[in-house]
Write a protein that binds this ligand. Structure first.
Ligand code: MIC
Ligand code: SF4
Length: 751
């Protein structure tokens, strides 16, 4: 049975008029993305055409999803908004806080105990405000959303960058910070800059060892981690239709790694099969009825160069499997070149662990294909060389793959099955020996492989590959192994070759589950009490941020000039810090501890300008705060890449950083900074980055006439008495300037 079917029906009923109006103002055929965006305008049917990359537009998303690590902050903010109930269907998913150590049952038991306070908080807030609650063990947010809530032509936001997974079912699904989710749940519009359009035409058909994952691994190699910034990627062509719905989900999911706002596919037979198989025949019937609105106009796919800002073409017939990494998801190496590349770069080739699963690659299809390889191990007299783990994406998948014997096949190669949760993907992996910080290699089918992300060891070389290639490399124990051409020596000393993987798109016997793990909210939650213990180390009610003092900001100390990659993992690390996601003051102790200081090349060692000593970043910033001195953080390109976690913006705000000045921002992080009342600035001339010196005291001039499109000036007062004046840009519109002035967007909502 489908959730919220009336909402879906109502949405489809409005589509025709909305799309007709849009075509009139735009005056040409529309892409699918445009159809979905124009049919979700907050102000109703379009009166004007919007310019890509320029216009800020208000939208009315159909739903909101939140995962536990970000939901705490989103809901702490929502509790301040003064609403009785959420305005759109919303859900909370408990998936990020479960440590993978022994196996699913034991690990889940420990998590339930350790996180009791947080789970109780989330479930009571959920039931109070009418939010659906998915218990720990139910599965990972994006998999559960795909199985239950995503629908073609819909629009949703979620407090996790991989919300984009739902593009696999034809949605426009976008990752946001908690403050954005809070707005939509409070019944306010959601704002986004009208995106640019990238078209990816897929021809041919996957075959042999190649999987859907390889499409996005290849695209990541082409576009790099920032190539999709500000754009929505629309996949189309015969190759797109030949992919399974969950395969499409995998491609959209990892689209977060190219910085894309989201990715999507047109409604087709694979989506219909998936909807029916996940017990949503009503949604499939409705989508069939409205099919023409759930794909682009014919002219668009016939002549894509005319309608997209950029078009990429990939032929699935000849696409090779890829292995991306280490340390960044866009370093794409075709499997045939891996041996050579690894040798050239000194990457350790012994694969210690292969990890499959996660929110992006644990579909029935993925698991059945990986299991077909596991089965060959004993049949061919082989022995698996590396450790092997599986994190199923949901209880529905786990139960079904267990029933169908796949878990058994994995157990036979010595695999550990972890809980239906993020686990190792987010660093909740109690990996034996990681503390020794040895140089080693792992291969996984997750999305991200930033340094130290999985096991906290900065010397772990993590590579991303399809579940099939991950399994093959784990069996071989060798990063340079190419299963397409190479043989392995079995226990009898014979040379054997692995057969290409085979599997089923959907379970032939249907999906099954005993307890999917869903808790419906109370019909009337007004009497539910939400308790936050003032002594808690894990939860802390929010105090409003102070409003702008009305003057230019003078005498700011440079906190850190970060060098090179500075993702949200560097700004607010996950893993052990996840437990403080509901406690702003405590989590602020991880502020920028992973960022590299340009001045000494070290992490978490910056000059405290008050003492002249080198101290950890959070400690230094707390000293400035105590002295009532503001500060500024400087960064490189694509600053804030990765996660949607707004902690990366709230922590500096809480500790008194006033501005973040970078060469370029990742989209979600830039918005998060604005929402929390910070100044998010970019160098007008990127070379000015070089002018910032360790002992600089900085003034920000022009704030009293802060206006849309008008640059600001920074005065760098160097220690030697010299000064530099540089121009900095911003993308604030009038409303966002009001957030800055009010101290945070939330302060305005309450006003
Ligand atoms: C991630 O994949 O990095 C996460 C953990 O899912 C994050 C969310 C978070 O930091 O809580 C994301 O992608 O948004
Ligand atoms: Fe969880 Fe990893 Fe997916 Fe993020 S990418 S939601 S951490 S499984």
């Amino acid at each position: 049975m489908a959730f919220d079917i009336e909402m879906i029906q109502a949405r489809y009923k409005k589509m025709e008029a909305a799309i007709t109006a849009a075509k009139k103002v735009v005056g040409r055929p529309l892409t699918l993305t445009e159809k979905i965006l124009y049919s979700h305008l907050w102000d109703g049917n379009a009166q004007q055409a919007f310019s890509r990359g320029k216009d800020y537009v208000d939208f009315a998303p159909d739903r909101v999803a939140m995962q536990d690590a970000t939901a705490q902050m989103a809901l702490l903010q929502f509790m301040q908004a003064g609403r009785k109930k959420v305005a759109v269907p919303s859900t909370v998913h408990c998936d990020h806080l479960i440590t993978a150590k022994v196996e699913s049952g034991k690990d889940l038991g420990i998590a339930l105990d350790e996180n009791k306070e947080v789970y109780d908080f989330l479930s009571s807030v959920s039931t109070k405000y009418g939010i659906g609650f998915w218990k720990p063990g139910a599965g990972i947010i994006h998999q559960v959303v795909l199985e239950n809530y995503a629908f073609p032509g819909g629009m949703m936001i979620g407090t996790d960058s991989h919300t984009v997974n739902a593009g696999g079912l034809g949605m426009i699904a976008i990752g946001v910070g908690g403050a954005d989710a809070c707005d939509v749940m409070a019944g306010l519009p959601w704002e986004l800059k009208w995106p640019k359009a990238i078209g990816v035409k897929l021809t041919g058909k996957l075959n042999g060892w190649t999987a859907a994952k390889d499409v996005i691994l290849k695209v990541a190699g082409i576009l790099t981690v920032k190539g999709g910034t500000g754009a929505i990627v629309e996949y189309f062509g015969p190759g797109a239709e030949s992919l399974s719905c969950t395969g499409k989900g995998t491609i959209c999911n990892m689209g977060a790694e190219i910085g894309a706002t989201t990715s999507t596919f047109a409604y087709d037979a694979s989506m219909e099969r998936y909807l029916r198989s996940t017990d949503r025949a009503e949604v499939a019937d409705l989508a069939n009825q409205y099919k023409e609105f759930l794909t682009a106009d014919k002219e668009v796919y016939a002549d894509p160069a005319k309608y997209f800002d950029e078009v990429i073409e990939i032929n699935l017939d000849t696409l090779e499997p890829y292995v991306n990494g280490p340390f960044t998801p866009d370093l794409a190496t075709p499997i045939s070149k891996m041996k050579e590349e690894a040798a050239k770069n000194g990457w350790p080739t012994k694969v210690e662990v292969g990890l499959i699963g996660s929110c992006t690659n644990s579909s029935y299809e993925d698991i059945s294909r990986a299991a077909s390889l596991a089965k060959q191990v004993s049949a061919k007299g082989l022995k698996t060389k590396a450790e092997f783990t599986i994190t199923p994406g949901s209880e529905l998948v786990r139960y079904t793959i267990e029933r169908d014997g796949f878990i058994d096949s994995f157990h036979k190669i010595g695999a550990k099955v972890f809980s239906n949760a993020c686990g190792p993907c987010i660093g909740m992996w109690s990996r034996v020996g990681a503390e020794k910080k040895e140089k080693n290699t792992i291969v996984h089918s997750f999305n991200r492989n930033f340094q130290a992300r999985q096991d906290g060891n900065p010397n772990t070389y993590a590579f991303v590959a399809s579940p099939e290639i991950t399994t093959a490399l784990a069996i071989a124990g060798d990063l340079g192994f190419n299963p397409l051409t190479d043989t392995l020596t079995n226990e009898k000393g014979e040379q054997v070759k692995l057969d290409p993987p085979s599997g089923e798109e959907l379970p032939p016997k249907g999906f099954a589950v005993e307890d999917a793990g869903y808790l419906a909210p109370a019909a009337d939650g007004s009497g539910v009490q939400v308790i936050v213990d003032p002594k808690s180390t894990r939860l802390q009610l929010l105090a409003p941020f102070q409003k702008w003092e009305g003057t230019d900001l003078k005498g700011l100390k440079l906190l850190i000039k970060a060098k090179g990659k500075c993702t949200t993992d560097h700004i607010s690390m996950a893993g052990p810090w996840l437990k403080f996601r509901g406690h702003l003051d405590n989590i602020s102790n991880n502020l920028l501890i992973g960022a590299t200081n340009f001045a000494n090349g070290k992490q978490n060692e910056v000059k405290n300008q008050l003492t002249g000593n080198y101290e950890p970043v959070p400690q230094t910033q707390r000293a400035y705060k105590a002295a009532g001195i503001g500060s500024i953080v400087v960064g490189d390109e694509n600053y804030g890449e990765g996660s949607s976690r707004e902690h990366a913006a709230m922590e500096p705000r809480h500790l008194g950083v006033r501005a973040v000045l970078v060469k370029s921002f990742a989209r979600i992080h830039e918005t998060n900074l604005k929402k929390q009342g910070m100044l998010a600035l970019t160098f007008a001339n990127k070379d000015d980055y070089e002018k910032i010196q360790e002992d600089d005291v900085i003034d920000i001039i022009g704030l009293t006439s802060f206006a849309e499109g008008k640059a600001l000036t920074l005065v760098l007062n160097h220690k030697d008495g010299k000064k530099d004046e540089i121009t900095v840009n911003h993308t604030y519109n009038a409303q966002q300037i009001d957030w800055f002035k009010a101290g945070a967007a939330l302060n305005l909502m309450k006003a």
